[in-house]
Design a protein around this ligand. Structure first.
Ligand SMILES: [Zn+2]
Length: 106
């Protein structure tokens, strides 16, 4: 007989997914996200999803236009980041980066 804990047997109200007692809402990520979204990301390093090259964001190619910018990989010309600004929001599309690494020493 498989031994299960009370935690692993718990189910959501809909009964479709296990409830993890360690799960918090997104507000719990605020402190760590504050480290990621530092005022100057250009010192961070991005790994291109297109070719796997890792470079500092400051070394990528930026094409700026009225609403924002497209940041491309110098090795493969793939789009690494897109940033757009509207009157009330800033949009970041980072699908072109496998990872973005930022120094934890700020
Ligand atoms: Zn690339």
């Amino acid at each position: 007989m498989k031994k299960t804990t009370k935690q692993s047997r718990a189910r959501s109200a809909a009964g479709d997914r296990p409830v993890d007692s360690l799960r918090l809402d997104g507000n719990a990520a605020a402190g760590m996200l504050r480290e990621v979204f530092v005022p100057d990301l250009t010192a961070g390093r991005a790994k291109c999803a297109g070719c796997g090259t890792t470079r500092s964001i400051g070394a990528l190619h930026v094409y700026s236009h009225g609403m924002g910018m497209v940041v491309r990989c110098p090795a493969c010309d793939g789009v690494v980041l897109r940033v757009a600004r509207t009157p009330t929001r800033v949009w970041l599309d980072a699908r072109g980066a496998i990872s973005i690494v930022i120094s934890g020493e700020n």
